[in-house]
Design a protein around this ligand. Structure first.
Ligand code: UD1
Length: 420
């Protein structure tokens, strides 16, 4: 197992190329189930979750090859409609295959994902939406068994805006007979990008980018080549990193429009930000100003940036409050940040950060992807050396994070360890 050894106290400077979006790839890869044939997905991030999705699609008979950032998928020989527990337990996004499998085969057997490191993550909306389209859904021995001879168009309202449920139901509705109207649909860029790819494949979807999707089912779709959108969460992580260490960095290959809330918040805390077509320059020459932050659905501040924002607020002299309204229990990073000397008080889904205290290096543990990112950021400004264990969590979602940080001037090494 690998750990990171991070020496704090180095300013960041230089350029960093942002990878394709993890959550973008994980949404569009399952769409290849919908139409047999060859796909070339460019700008694919080379990271564990993408490998896991490739293995899952491979286990069903698709050919998947990731060559650098070029992902080739051939779904011609896909012949199974089962997503086994061994894959789904590694990554909840595996659940995305449910809708496409049902649409292609009229049946699907997909393991229930179970719990998540930071709390409950239900899938009821995915199932209710598919039931509205005519699927019969049962749970047997930990598996969702879904069947529908022919899905039909229907109206479905998402009680809560859900990225995964919108993706799943949309992928089923594109091959249903008749018209579907999905309301309170998620508008996260990764879902909008998935909708655009489906349209390129021959789907008929109106209202893309809005919370109301009108989908007229078609008889069949065809394979396409598609470019994965840039990773807004990876970009936000590097922007917060330089806001913490001070310095100046240029992020390349970003979509600034997807980062509007993050840019505004970072300007509020004192960063100077220059936004161009597909690059952003961030400069910080002082301590950040305390600023409260509440997560919400897009275009609000993403819950996937909450932990990193907390690390930033530890640098701000004064108190700030962070509230997570999307995932109310997502605070596994708090006790680990406290091991570095952070003063944080947690009540329900809010944390008060008493910032401005110098952090000091210690051994800490990754618990989930974004929690690990916050620990890396905190380690960059901690006095002395921090050892971060279980970095496989960070490898799930950050392509080459230590190489990228080192190229910006950080001192971070990946080391093999027996400690787990
Ligand atoms: C996706 C992202 C994840 C991000 C999250 C919120 C991927 C692979 N993952 O996860 O990184 O943190 O969006 O932006 O894209 N909910 C229900 N019932 C459901 C589904 C969701 O109650 O059936 C609730 C959840 O508990 C949560 C909220 O809806 O409170 C939003 O979750 P959702 O958007 O579904 O998150 P994911 O798609 O799992």
């Amino acid at each position: 197992m690998d750990k990171f050894v991070i020496e704090g106290g180095h300013k960041l400077a230089g350029r960093v190329k942002i990878s394709g979006a993890k959550n973008g790839s994980l949404a569009i890869m399952p769409a290849t189930i919908l139409a047999p044939g060859a796909y070339h997905l460019t700008n694919t991030p080379n990271l564990r979750d993408v490998w896991t999705m490739s293995r899952l699609l491979g286990s069903m008979g698709s050919f998947c090859e990731l060559n650098g950032n070029d992902l080739f998928i051939d779904s011609t020989n896909l012949s199974s409609f089962e997503a086994p527990y061994e894959h789904v337990k590694k990554m909840r996004a595996s659940f995305y295959v449910l809708g496409p499998l049902l649409a292609r085969w009229g049946q699907a057997k997909v393991s229930l994902p179970g719990g998540c490191a930071w709390g409950p993550r239900p899938v009821d909306l995915h199932l209710k939406g598919l039931e509205r389209l005519g699927a019969k859904v049962d749970v047997e021995k930990g598996y969702i068994m879904a069947k529908a001879k022919q899905l039909h168009g229907a109206k479905f309202h998402f009680d809560i805006s859900s990225v995964g449920a919108t993706g799943n139901v949309m992928m089923a509705a594109v091959l249903a007979k008749g018209t579907s109207l999905l309301t309170n649909a998620a508008i996260e860029p990764e879902i909008t990008a998935l909708a655009r790819m489906l349209v390129k494949m021959g789907a008929k979807i109106n209202g893309i980018g809005t919370t109301m999707l009108e989908i007229e089912g078609v008889h069949e779709l065809h394979p396409v080549d598609e470019e994965t959108i840039p990773d807004r969460i990876e970009a936000a992580t590097y922007m917060i990193a330089v806001a913490m260490t001070g310095g100046k960095i240029e992020l390349q290959n970003v979509n600034p429009y997807h980062l509007t809330a993050v840019v505004a918040k970072l300007e509020e805390v004192g960063c100077t930000i220059d936004v161009n077509n597909n690059n952003i320059v961030v400069e910080m020459d002082k301590d950040p100003i305390p600023s409260d932050m509440t997560t919400s659905v897009y275009p609000g501040m993403p819950t996937d940036v909450q932990a990193q924002w907390m690390a930033l607020m530890l640098r701000a002299k004064g108190d700030s409050r962070i509230t997570d309204n999307v995932y109310r229990d997502r605070f596994k990073h708090v006790p680990e940040l406290q091991r570095l000397g952070a003063k944080i008080e947690l009540t329900d889904n809010s944390a008060i950060i008493r910032g401005g205290k110098q952090l000091s290096g210690a051994t800490v543990m990754s618990s989930d992807l974004r929690a690990s990112a916050s620990l890396v950021l905190a380690a960059l400004v901690a006095e002395g050396t921090t050892e971060l264990l279980r970095v496989y969590h960070i490898d799930r979602g950050y392509d080459s994070i230590e190489e990228k940080l080192v190229s910006l001037g950080a001192n971070i090494k990946r080391v093999k360890t027996d400690l787990i």
